[in-house]
Design a protein around this ligand. Sequence first.
Ligand code: HXC
Ligand code: NAP
Length: 292
Amino acid sequence: MDKQFSKPMFHGKELEDKVIVVTGGGSGLGKAMAAYFMQLGARVVITSRNLDKLKSTAAEMEDQTGGKVLPVACDVRDYEQVEAMLQQTVETYGSVNGLLNNAAGNFISPTERLSAHAFDTIIDIVLKGSKNCTLAFGKYWIEKKMPATVLNIVTTYAFTGSAFVVPSATAKAGVLAMTRSLAVEWAKYNIRMNAIAPGPFPTKGAWDRLLPGDLKEKFDISKKVPLRRVGEHQELANLAAYLMSDFSAYINGEVVTIDGGEWLQGAGEFNMLEQIPSQLWDMLEAMIRSKK
Ligand code: HXC
Ligand code: NAP
């Protein structure tokens, strides 16, 4: 198969007028999206809690793309750190007009095993962190009368819910509600709000916490996906670049699912019939017809 989906979709400077902050941009999917934004001419800021890690990632990204990236330490749970990160961004680049809320915390656990603090930790990173960044940046844009775009990374269980990752599901559902609410309220300021709901895109950060040890072999996640594969980072980066760019100017308040059909496979009442061998269908049809 020609894997067109694993190649860059844009090839020019489609994001050259953008200054984009990517929270959690030092690893995994945030790093892949930030690097592609740079390749398309955006000036980028990557943030997380670990400045050393961010600095080495930034050097690697600049080498790879020839673009410009500023690494800034910022714990998104702390509003003052978010305001300081915004200020450092504006001091460096003169302004900012894109925010990708990507930072997250998550791990699998039966909910009754969680301490109140453990539950809060996930809510604080995912929901409060996205709120902190959106509020600080939104106030700035509204005051400066600047058009801007916010993109929130949720996941499909923001709308389906999921056992064993309940704090994350609760928080991502909140982020989705915020996306849809502010898409309407802030449209008058020319601020667009959208979300992406990825299915499985293997990263070290997620897989070490969601499929530790031999769970990766025990549960072959690609079998949960009708297209029988996991996502590739570039295809997510392609979608993010489109939603960040002005090509998507009329898309507002949308959540775009990119999961190969995974959540629907789990949802449809009779989807388990996929397991029926094709040669059995003649017999089944005859049985059904005989009931007339
Ligand atoms: C139960 C746990 C735990 C575990 C931590 N805690 N790990 N409880 N089971 N496995 C508890 C701690 O005991 C503590 O509670 C509280 O959680 C906070 O833990 P800390 O280690 O102090 O927190 P912190 O250093 O802030 O680290 C946050 C973290 C960590 C979430 C626990 O894993 C992290 O830094 N994660 C960032 C990256 C990440 O998670 N990436 C994956 C995103 S994947 P007590 O009561 O003891 O003080 C994702 C995918 C979604 O979102 C969809 C996939 C399809
Ligand atoms: P990841 O590499 O672990 O990314 C999470 C990032 O968030 C890390 O860079 C982490 O950096 C940062 N972070 C965590 N806590 C933070 C805090 N308090 N303040 C600032 N930054 C913080 O995992 P990933 O798989 O790439 O996940 C990226 C996003 O995609 C997340 O929103 C996740 O929910 C979503 N997602 C992933 C998948 C998947 O299959 N991978 C599927 C659906 C959705 P530090 O720890 O260094 O701070």
